[in-house]
Each structure stands twice: as structure tokens, then as C-alpha cells.
Design a protein around this ligand. Structure first.
Ligand SMILES: Nc1ncnc2c1ncn2[C@@H]1O[C@H](COP(=O)(O)OP(=O)(O)OP(=O)(O)O)[C@@H](O)[C@H]1O
Ligand SMILES: [Mg+2]
Length: 261
């Protein structure tokens, strides 16, 4: 569905990504993990066309889209849920939904959004900026469902949210994936990303340092990027230690699991 070949990209004179290759097969879930500043967001921007690479090729649904504008990639089935909340805060929830619906399908889209996240149903007339952080993220994410995209790029959907909200968000992503939509997710909640993903990439300082199945990530690699001596098996078992939210680019969601219990 999406292939990045030998991508080099950056900002001004700063090169951030070097020789980055990623493949997201149709209907699959790919997770990209990596510490802060590794270039994860930059990579998604290249994929959606917000940033043009200085070298390499972007292929979407078999077509070279390296020089294609973002809106044209949207027409080819791509949906990018950006870091932060990709919503219009002064518009109402309903207006936000309308903006992301196809012409003539606004009412159906609203129904779908409310069926995915019932809490939005009671907030349709409220400015989106007045919603809680979790509700704003739901509104942002529900776009992945409104226009039936074939590929969704999700940049840290669970950032800064309460564990129960993170649960809802991952359940939603699981359903989107189960419907056959391919997902490319960048996530701080390592365990949840690993549970959902078919393939995992680890990006560090703009280079891919690991590609494989979630079960193939070694403790060493995990500990190296999680830091604080964390071990993958601990986190897999949900026994990780509490730590600061942004200590590293990777976060074991043992934290949230503990809080939910
Ligand atoms: N708009 C920008 N202009 C200039 N430099 C930028 C811009 N966005 C990111 N960078 C730089 O590019 C590098 C990679 O940033 P990026 O946001 O892609 O990393 P990331 O892996 O998404 O990090 P995080 O986990 O903190 O979200 C960093 O050094 C950052 O300072
Ligand atoms: Mg980022």
C-alpha cells in the first residue's frame, strides 16, 4: 500500500532522515518506534506529502507519488492523523466532521463517528476546542473511519491521554485495522503498538536500526531505546516501572495497564 524507498529528508540544511525504507502492505499494521527526535513525525510527513524528500521515492498503491501533493494522496486513499490534535478548535464537533466527510455523505459520516465514539454524540454543537484532550483525539482519529481510507498514518494518538482513553483509542485502531485498512502508527505506548502490529521498525537518529516482527525485538534493542534498563519481557508482562512520560521516545504501557487495574 505504501513504500518509502531510500528516503532522505530534513528541514533547511538539516538532514533528518537518511536512507529510510519502509513498507506497509495492504491491510497490515506497521509500527514505527524510536526515541524523541528520531525522525518519526518527519517520516510520516514525507509519506503524506507535507514534506518533500531530497532523495528517495514514495510509492502509494503502486504509484510513484514522490512529487504528488498531499490532497492528491488523500484522494488515493491516504489519511494522516497528525501529532497533536488535527482538529479545528473554533469549529463545532459537527463542523469538524463535515469537513472530513465526502460530499453528500455528511449525515452518514456523523452517524459513523458517533457509533465509533458515542461521547461525541452529546458534543456535536460544542466547539471542538472545548472538548477534553481525549475527546479531541477521538474527533481527530475518527477521520480514519469517515472516508474509508485504505491507509491511515497515526502519529502518537495516545500522547498525554489517560489510560482508559488510550484503551478506547487502541480498540478503535484495532477495529479500523480489522476492517482491512492499513495502518502506519508511530506510538509511545510500545506494548500496545506491538500488540497491534504485524511489522515493527525502530528508527534512531534518522536511520532504521531494526525491522522485523514484534516478537523479534530483542531485550537489548528494547532496553537501548527505552532506556532506564527496562526489559522487553517485563513490559510485555505488564510489570514495567513507572517513569516520566517523555523520558524517551518509547514508553512501555505497563504504566497505563497498572493504572487501569
Ligand atoms: N518543522 C521543523 N523545522 C526544523 N526542524 C524540525 C522540524 N520538525 C522537526 N525538526 C527536527 O527534526 C528532527 C526529527 O524530528 P521529528 O519531529 O521528526 O522526531 P520524532 O521522532 O517525531 O520525535 P518525537 O518523538 O519527539 O515526536 C529533530 O531534530 C527536530 O528538531
Ligand atoms: Mg513526533
Amino acid at each position: 500500500m505504501l513504500e518509502l524507498h531510500g528516503i532522505e529528508a530534513g528541514y533547511g540544511k538539516q538532514t533528518v532522515l537518511r536512507d529510510v525504507c519502509v513498507s506497509v502492505p495492504s491491510g497490515s499494521v506497521v509500527a514505527v518506534l524510536g526515541p524523541n527526535g528520531a525522525g518519526k513525525t518527519t517520516m510520516l510527513r514525507v509519506a503524506s506529502g507535507l514534506l518533500r524528500p531530497s532523495a528517495g521515492k514514495v510509492v502509494l498503491a503502486g504509484e510513484d507519488v514522490t512529487r504528488t501533493r498531499p490532497y492528491a494522496r488523500v484522494r488515493r486513499g491516504l489519511c494522516h492523523i497528525p501529532e497533536g490534535r488535527g482538529i479545528y478548535p473554533t469549529l463545532t464537533v459537527r463542523e469538524n466532521l463535515v469537513l472530513h466527510s465526502r460530499k453528500g455523505e455528511q449525515a452518514a459520516a456523523q452517524e459513523r463517528a458517533v457509533s465509533a465514539f458515542p461521547v461525541l454524540g452529546a458534543k456535536l454543537r460544542q466547539p471542538a476546542g472545548q472538548l477534553s484532550g481525549g475527546q479531541q483525539q477521538m474527533l481527530s482519529l475518527v477521520r480514519a473511519y469517515l472516508s474509508s481510507p485504505t491507509l491511515v498514518l497515526v502519529d502518537e494518538a495516545s500522547m498525554g491521554l489517560a489510560p482508559v482513553v488510550v484503551d478506547k483509542i487502541f480498540e478503535f485502531l484495532r477495529q479500523v485495522a480489522a476492517s482491512g485498512t492499513a495502518l502506519l502508527i508511530v506510538e509511545q505506548y510500545v506494548n500496545r503498538a506491538l500488540a497491534l502490529a504485524d511489522t515493527v521498525y525502530v528508527l534512531n537518529k534518522g536511520r532504521m536500526v531494526f525491522t522485523g516482527k514484534p516478537g523479534e525485538i530483542t531485550d537489548d534493542l528494547f532496553a537501548h531505546y527505552v532506556g532506564a534498563g527496562a526489559r522487553l519481557s517485563q513490559h510485555r508482562a505488564g510489570r514495567g516501572r513507572r517513569g516520566s512520560r517523555r523520558r524517551s521516545g518509547l514508553q512501555a504501557d505497563a504504566l497505563s495497564a497498572a493504572a487501569v487495574r
